[in-house]
Design a protein around this ligand. Structure first.
Ligand code: F6P
Length: 323
């Protein structure tokens, strides 16, 4: 392996820059040239590749977002788009490609690798934590802590006014952020895409919470819940919540930004390095991830076909402690 490329794709996640730095420096230490691709697959299609040196990734370790830029590429879903991307890789004599992203990015990488000789290795980078083959994806820990910081602040005002708050967190089809921020934030209930929501039961829980003497009530709503986002859920509850003062806060994209916390930085360092090692070892179509503290390689296809829903035991724990 003499020359590789690296790109970030899909929704940005804290830790992507740290992973990029690790890929570049690990490759540099092993005498491999690295090209950075701007704006994910969009930039690959347009041939936006340029060399990255160990110095060019200085002082990015602690930054949120991605220095390379990212995109959700419609063109890459077409054969014509991918042919252009393959031509760009060939023009730069790229032998291996590291893709830092989530399931959509990995699906794209998988298809690409069947259409050309470039080996692909994935690094799990998404705040959603919805990939199989790793305990945590890059950005998940930081995103949950960002949500938690907001939840703690909301608790202050909720308790002062004896209010119920519906707090929307990210996760269009994944409840990992919702469940973890609800447990860590001491929420009364959490609504997740992975389980159906019963509005009557939710109203009952809120009334019960105040009847039992709680001074506030926090309901965490994952944006992709079957009953809707936090505004919709609050609206649907409003009649049954007569006499209960309530407000809604949607945390939105603040959860995606900000400096990665220690856990995401160390994970990024490990996985960026492991991606380069995997390419050197001749691997193709695998994702590197940490499972029980060990770095493992999982066939790319398994990462999105064998996804674990949020741990059932944690859901039960959440319900048990919310009293
Ligand atoms: O990257 C994952 C994610 O943040 C999801 O949690 C969220 O539903 C989605 O991306 C939002 O995507 P966009 O920024 O494209 O609106």
């Amino acid at each position: 392996m003499h020359r590789i490329a690296v790109l970030t794709s899909g929704g940005d996640a804290p830790g992507m820059n740290a992973a990029l730095r690790a890929v570049v420096r690990s490759a540099d230490a092993r005498g491999i040239d690295v090209y950075g691709v701007r704006s994910g697959y969009e930039g690959l299609i347009d041939g936006e590749l340029s060399p990255l040196s160990a110095r060019s990734v200085s002082s990015i370790l602690h930054l949120g977002g991605t220095m390379l830029g990212t995109a959700r590429s419609e063109r890459f879903l077409t054969v014509e788009g991918r042919q252009k991307a393959i031509s760009a890789l060939a023009a730069h004599q790229i032998e291996g490609l590291v893709v830092i992203g989530g399931d959509g990015s990995f699906r794209g990488a998988d298809v690409l690798s069947h259409e050309c000789d470039v080996a692909v290795v994935g690094v799990p980078g998404t705040i959603d934590n919805d990939l199989s083959g790793c305990d945590y994806t890059l950005g998940f820990d930081t995103a949950v802590n960002t949500a938690l910081d907001a939840i703690d602040r909301i608790r202050d005002t909720a308790a002062s006014h004896k209010r119920a708050f519906f707090i929307e967190v990210m996760g269009r089809s994944s409840g990992w952020i919702g469940l973890h921020s609800a447990i860590a934030g001491g929420a009364t209930d959490v609504l997740l895409p992975e389980r159906p929501t019963d509005i009557d039961e939710l109203q009952h829980r809120i009334h019960e919470a105040f009847r039992m003497g709680k001074q506030y009530c926090l309901i965490v709503v994952a944006e992709g819940d079957d009953a809707g986002g936090a505004f919709e859920v609050a609206q649907r509850c409003s009649e049954g919540l007569a006499g209960v003062s309530h407000r809604v806060t949607a945390l939105g994209h603040v959860q995606r930004g900000g400096p990665p916390l220690m856990r995401d930085r160390v994970l990024a360092a490990r996985l960026g390095d492991a991606a380069v090692t995997a390419l050197i070892d001749g691997e193709n179509r695998v994702m590197v991830g940490e499972v029980h503290w060990e770095v493992v390689r999982t066939p790319l296809e398994h990462t999105w076909t064998a996804v674990d829903p949020p741990n059932r035991e944690l859901m039960e724990l959440m319900d048990r402690l919310a009293r």
